[in-house]
Design a protein around this ligand. Structure first.
Ligand code: GLU
Length: 375
């Protein structure tokens, strides 16, 4: 079970900031806070950690730029404002991150990017490639093109999904609240902050139904939804106040700030659950003893050479079981190649992939980052 002192060891960290953190009540950018935030993230990055920033604010900033007193209610207007605001937002981030010598990458995602397997894999691979380059991805929903039915609508949910997609070690949601209270602190002076939560009861959820400010979409309800997803996926999550001085460094140091949501399941098992979330494995890849050893004990990816059989008819991006010659499941993962392709390259060295298939996007049939080993 994770404890505050373990947070020091977290390497891949998703940080989510809401519109209320980035802007003043009148909708103008709170540059001081943005600068403080960026400085903390840059410092974390300097320590060799990987950081992904999920930032809201496009619609709010767009509304403010256009002189609107509040966010309009129609979708096309919101979409237009997101297009206006996202540019401004990124401009500010890029400018301030550059002052600390950091390169950022804009990533705009929609729900469809997670629902369809191949796009899920693409999103994961793109984010991991950005991290591998030492760059900080700044992620938001692609509000301008997304349609109502398939909107996340709030970045709390998006950040929890991102944390799952990249196998983050921690999600920190920075907001204008100190964390989760045992009752609404705006209504009850005696409300006390919960330092740790290991179960989100219906009662807790019921208490959190009020919405956020006029420029943002979240509130405690969506944060708890994110926490629920993280807890199932084995990712610890923290809600803390962005106004706390050096909040990120202090949290990483194990200081008791905000509310820590402790995942129920162990990370490895939960990651497998995450990938298999709602999706049945579409087939099986049978591996030899060498590949089994490489996957289970050496932290390696699955290469074609160790594959001795394939069953099922699956496409790239689908979830498949990895089984031993005896049929025992040892892992699950997202495959980079289809069943048909794997039948052709099974047992072959990676250098023959291109010759056999006529193309090669990956050496790995299942990359380690997309592989969940049974424990
Ligand atoms: N994607 C929205 C924006 O950037 C924000 C969603 C949210 O407030 O959580 O304006």
């Amino acid at each position: 079970m994770i404890e505050r002192k373990d947070l020091k060891k977290c390497h891949r960290i998703v940080i989510k900031v809401g519109t209320s953190t980035l802007t003043y009540k009148n909708g103008q950018l709170n540059l001081q806070r943005i600068d403080h935030l960026v400085r903390q993230i840059a410092d974390l990055h300097n320590q060799g950690k990987e950081v992904l920033l999920v930032s809201s604010g496009a619609i709010g900033v767009g509304a403010n730029r256009m002189g609107f007193k509040k966010v309009p209610s129609t979708m096309p207007e919101k979409q237009a404002l997101a297009a206006i605001g996202q540019g401004s937002l990124l401009h500010i981030y890029e400018k301030i991150f550059a002052e600390y010598g950091k390169i950022v990458a804009q990533v705009l995602l929609t729900r469809g990017d997670f629902d369809e397997r191949i796009r899920y894999l693409n999103a994961a691979n793109a984010l991991l490639a950005i991290l591998n380059m030492g760059v900080i991805p700044i992620i938001n929903e692609n509000d301008t093109v997304v349609v109502e039915e398939i909107r996340f609508g709030d970045n709390d949910t998006l950040s929890a999904l991102v944390a799952g997609v990249v196998n983050a070690d921690l999600l920190i949601i920075l907001s204008d609240v100190d964390g989760l209270y045992d009752c609404d602190p705006r209504l009850n002076q005696d409300a006390s902050l919960l330092s740790e939560v290991d179960e989100i009861t219906e009662e807790i959820e019921e208490r959190s139904r009020s919405r956020g400010s006029k420029f943002s979409s979240g509130g405690m309800y969506t944060k708890l939804k994110a926490a629920r997803m993280c807890m199932a996926a084995g990712v610890p999550m923290i809600i803390a106040n962005s106004d706390e001085h050096n909040v990120i460094a202090r949290l990483m140091d194990g200081e008791e700030l905000g509310t820590l949501f402790i995942p129920r399941a162990e990370k490895m098992q939960a990651r497998k659950k995450w990938i298999a979330f709602g999706r049945l494995p579409q087939g099986e890849i049978m591996v030899d003893e060498g590949a089994k050893e490489a996957l289970l004990n050496q932290g390696k990816s699955l290469l074609p050479s160790g594959i001795i059989g394939v069953s099922g008819d699956f496409q790239p991006g689908e979830v498949v079981k990895v089984v031993t010659a005896g049929g025992k499941e040892i892992a699950r993962g997202l495959t980079n190649y289809s069943a048909e392709e794997i039948r052709l390259i099974a047992g072959k060295n990676t250098r023959y992939i291109e010759k056999i298939l006529g193309y090669k996007d990956y050496d790995e049939v299942i990359h380690r980052n997309n592989l969940w080993v049974e424990v």
